[in-house]
Ligand binder design. Structure first.
Ligand SMILES: *Cc1c(COP(=O)(O)O)cnc(C)c1O
Length: 495
């Protein structure tokens, strides 16, 4: 049976999986959600005998029902290949009392590669299936990692152009260098004088501008999104939770059917929502531990039932989580509102207008599987140092936020359920903050000297993604005000 995707803001607006991927965002700012999440049609034991690609196929075929087996396998095989520096694709590493699911072995060394290495294939396949003749313009806001992963995925893909907006003063030096050195004639990278929320709001506005979209179509273009508002990002992200679980079973750490916890360092709520969807599919997950940095809007939401974005935006050492408007939370809100588009729309309008909304007690009760907490900057740094000293394992700042919050959770609850921590970036991507956490004396050295020091301390090979940017020339130097994003898009498209 074909799975129907529906807008969170209008029950009448439906799409097939491939159309939802093509559109990225529904009309009126809504997000596409599946009407139901199908259950696994293979047992957990069977899944435990499969490799990453096969698990990916088993999960994605249930969600992307209008893709043929041949189409889907082509997308999966093209994405999860030697671009990853390990055959396992997403290795599970047992350190310091938890299982770290390393999601950073792709081309740009952050977890965004897990979905963005396949999204270009899903998107071009969707265009073909739906007879789309327009050139697809990928419009992306990034807090640092999505941008580079999307650029790497879409560079020189025929029939596409990609434009990335990032906060000029809100990303790490390595993140910025990775983006501004991007090759490919179809790529465009723009720094904005604003934060990630400004970038995301600007992009969503262009998506929702009907006249603009008609004008684009008249010029042979249409927008799509590489952000996690695109269902084509979320579905591939469900896969690695299933894969992690099956590795625990395969290694005899748990029995099929046993429960696990997952800890996710969270910003836009995409990664943790994918875990939530995996549970609906039948993955035995006990708690979703939602870890925030000092931008702790989600922690406050889980505690009080009020989502309030009216607060200072804090620049932290985990910049990919510096977000006050977590877009994908809307998909969870819609669900706990009983899949009621009108109720959800009213709450989102309150967020847009008044800057806050409060859910009902009945809705809050349905969040019992979620635990939220946050880590301060000092706690994050202390965690990096502690785990380095105890296990010689060096994690990045985002993963350290998750590990700190997991410590708090265990202290509070005494829960001993085996726990998987989503390790979302290589420490090499945030070298300065990571090395400073271990010893502040490192701060005197240059970024690439620190790369070599990190290599000495960890014994982990310097990733190709870092070697590639040591000498690379800057190819993108546009900076604009947040009000001028549309003008820059038009300039790049020559329209
Ligand atoms: C994007 C990102 C996150 C946050 O993920 P969401 O899906 O936005 O919640 C966490 N860590 C890193 C390294 C990231 O790049």
């Amino acid at each position: 049976m074909e799975l129907v995707y529906r807008s969170t803001r209008n029950a009448q607006e439906t799409a097939t999986a491939s159309m939802a991927i093509l559109k990225g965002l529904a009309n009126e700012g809504g997000l596409f959600v599946p009407d139901t999440i199908p259950a696994f049609d293979k047992s957990l034991e069977e899944l435990s005998k499969m490799d990453y690609r096969e698990v990916a196929y088993q999960v994605m075929k249930l969600m992307l029902t209008d893709f043929t087996e041949e189409e889907l396998r082509h997308c999966i095989n093209s994405a999860y290949d030697s671009k990853f520096d390990t055959k396992e694709i997403a290795p599970l590493v047992h350190k310091a009392g938890a299982y770290y699911l390393e999601l950073f072995h792709g081309a740009t060394i952050a977890f965004k590669d897990m979905a963005l290495s396949i999204l270009p294939y899903l998107l071009t396949t969707s265009a073909k299936k739906n007879d789309v003749k327009n050139e697809i313009v990928i419009l992306t806001a990034t807090s640092g990692d999505t941008g580079k992963a999307a650029l790497a995925g879409f560079a020189d893909v025929p029939g596409t152009k990609i434009i990335v907006f990032y906060p000029k003063h809100g990303v790490s030096p390595i993140q910025e260098k990775q983006m501004v050195t991007q090759k490919g004639d179809n790529t465009c990278v723009i720094g904005i004088t604003g934060n990630f929320d400004d970038a995301q709001t600007g992009v969503k506005k262009m998506f929702s501008d009907k006249e603009l979209n008609e004008y684009l179509a008249s010029k042979g273009y249409q927008f799509s999104s590489a952000n996690s508002i695109n269902i084509g990002r979320l579905v591939p992200q469900m896969v690695y939770y299933v894969y992690a679980y099956t590795r625990l079973v395969a290694n005899g750490e748990i029995k099929a059917g046993d429960k696990i916890n997952v800890v996710v360092p969270t910003g836009n709520f995409g990664n943790i929502l994918a875990a939530f969807y995996a549970k609906q599919m039948g993955l035995p997950i006990n708690k979703f531990i939602c870890a925030s940095n000092e931008n702790k809007v989600l922690y406050d939401f889980f505690r009080t039932g009020t989502y309030d974005r009216k607060r200072e935006f804090i620049l932290t050492t985990s910049p990919s989580m510096d977000i006050l408007i977590s877009s994908n939370l809307e998909r969870l809100i819609y669900r706990i509102a009983g899949n009621d588009a009108e109720k959800n729309k009213a709450l989102m309008q309150a967020l847009n207008g008044k800057g806050a909304y409060t859910i009902t007690d009945d809705m809050k009760k349905q969040l019992a599987d979620f635990y939220g907490n946050y880590a301060s900057e000092a706690e994050t740094a202390a965690t990096i140092k502690r785990v380095y000293e105890s296990d010689q394992y060096i994690m990045d700042t985002h993963t350290a936020v998750a590990a700190s919050v997991y410590d708090k959770y265990v202290k509070e609850t005494g829960d001993t359920t085996p726990t998987v921590i989503a390790s979302t970036a290589s420490p090499y991507k945030f070298t300065r903050s990571v090395m400073n956490a271990i010893d502040s004396a490192y701060d005197k050295q240059s970024d690439f000297e620190l790369v070599d020091e990190l290599n000495k301390l960890s014994g982990v090979k310097v990733p190709q993604a870092i070697e590639d940017i040591r000498q690379a020339e800057v190819r993108h130097d546009i900076v604009c005000d947040k009000e001028d994003m549309l003008a820059e898009v038009k300039k790049f498209l020559n329209i």
